[in-house]
Design a protein around this ligand. Structure first.
Ligand code: ADP
Length: 397
């Protein structure tokens, strides 16, 4: 009669050694490459010892030790950075190494003895794999949770920093506004007084003051636009919805922009759908969108007409379309012009002194706030058409 228990007992060292070598030599077990002999071997001799007990006819089964050691082994492998496939592979190698070592005895044993030995070793190894994976996945899950907690903390810190820098920016902008407003005010006063003055040599001084004034106004526009963007990005813009007559909102904007258009001999044509007289929207934000789009249309057009057209659309939407016969926008710039501070490089573009690159970035944010979308069709040298489409009813109001 073959004593498989004794055979395995005699071969614990050689099996452990062969297995560690097989694991380290295996191309698909990368994680074992840097580990010491003892780290790879871990508690294998104890597991093998427990299988020796299981195989002995006399002693009680020692599956408990297999379970305990395999649970620990799963934690060790998680710490060592093994992935699940590497663990599955090391157990496959262990099975092979054990049966190779016991081959001489297996060849000599009776069918019943061999069957029993196979069954017990398989049971022990199956149990070992299951327990090892149990703690391995638990450890990995815990790692993931720790990582998630860490990410959450980093995210909170980043949000705090972004908010702090937004607040610093707003603070700085507000601080700049007060002296700037006073510079602009005094320049205007000086200019008015200078124009009434009879002194002959005051003309060059007036030209200088005129420059101070126009640069001051440009700076103020930049500050106001930056503040507007930072208010939006900080989620600090609250919509005030009122039933709005779109035609009158457009009328006010046209009244303000008409002198600019006239100065360039441009015509502004308005075509409003009369049905749009009770549209729920934020009157001031809508005016700001129209102002930015229409003033761009005027600034980037040398001759022709600016058309502002509104339409009631099917599916409960309405649109406002501002078309110009200006320099147009190259197709590769059509998305980028909505980014803050972006200005298209157009050889047809005239020098625009008060260009900040923020007007369309503000439009994009406001349109988004009003749950609308912008469509742009443009051709260089022909003109551009910005269409903003809004829902008649805003969600969540
Ligand atoms: P700004 O006009 O102050 O530079 P905007 O954000 O309003 O900033 O516009 C960004 C850029 O998009 C402009 O610099 C210009 O190159 C281009 N652009 C905007 N509107 C038009 C238009 N109607 N026609 C041609 N180019 C335009």
């Amino acid at each position: 009669m073959i004593d498989f228990s004794k055979a395995l007992q005699d071969k614990i060292d050689i099996i452990s050694q062969n297995w560690v070598e097989a694991v380290r030599a295996d191309e698909q077990i990368e994680s074992a490459k840097q580990l010491t002999y003892d780290s790879v071997r871990d508690s294998l001799p104890i597991v093998l010892q427990a299988i020796v007990t299981m195989l002995s006819q006399s002693e009680d089964s020692d599956l408990r030790t297999v379970i305990q050691e395999s649970l620990d082994h799963g934690g060790v492998r998680a710490q060592q950075g093994f992935d699940a496939q590497e663990i599955a592979r090391e157990y496959r190698l262990l099975r092979r190494v054990i049966f190779e070592a016991l081959e001489p005895e297996l060849l000599k044993g009776s069918a019943a003895e061999v069957n029993r030995a196979y069954r017990l070793i398989d049971t022990a190894l199956d149990e070992a794999i299951a327990d090892c994976f149990k703690t391995y996945t638990q450890a990995r899950f815990q790692e993931l949770q720790e990582l998630q907690n860490h990410l959450q903390l980093t995210n909170q810190e980043l949000t705090r920093l972004v908010r702090a820098s937004q607040e610093n920016l707003s603070h700085l902008a507000h601080e700049l506004k007060t002296p700037l407003t006073s510079i602009i005010g005094y320049s205007e006063l000086f200019l008015r007084q200078g124009k009434n003055s009879q002194l002959k040599d005051s003309a060059p001084n007036l030209a200088h003051i005129d420059k101070v004034l126009s640069n001051g106004r440009r700076l103020l526009r930049l500050i106001n636009d930056t503040l507007e963007i930072s208010r939006y990005d900080a989620g600090r813009i609250n919509l005030q919805l009122t039933a709005t007559n779109v035609r009158s909102a457009i009328g006010t904007v046209v009244e303000i922009l008409e002198p600019l258009a006239k100065a360039k001999n441009l015509e502004i044509a308005v075509d409003c759908d009369p049905v749009l007289d009770q549209v729920m929207t934020d009157y001031l934000r809508l005016q700001q969108i129209i102002t930015n789009l229409a003033s761009n249309a005027i600034r980037y057009t040398q001759a022709g007409t600016i058309t502002i057209k509104t339409k009631l659309l099917p599916d409960k939407h309405w649109s406002i379309c501002i078309t110009d016969t200006g320099i147009g926008i190259a197709s590769e710039d059509c998305d980028r012009i909505f980014l803050p501070y972006f200005r298209a490089d157009n050889s047809l573009a005239p020098y625009i002194p008060d260009s900040t690159g923020l007007g369309l970035a503000i439009v994009a944010r406001l349109v988004n706030l009003l749950q609308g979308k912008i469509e742009l069709v443009s051709e260089v040298g022909v003109g551009s058409s910005f269409t903003v489409i809004f829902p008649l009813e805003l969600e969540g109001f």
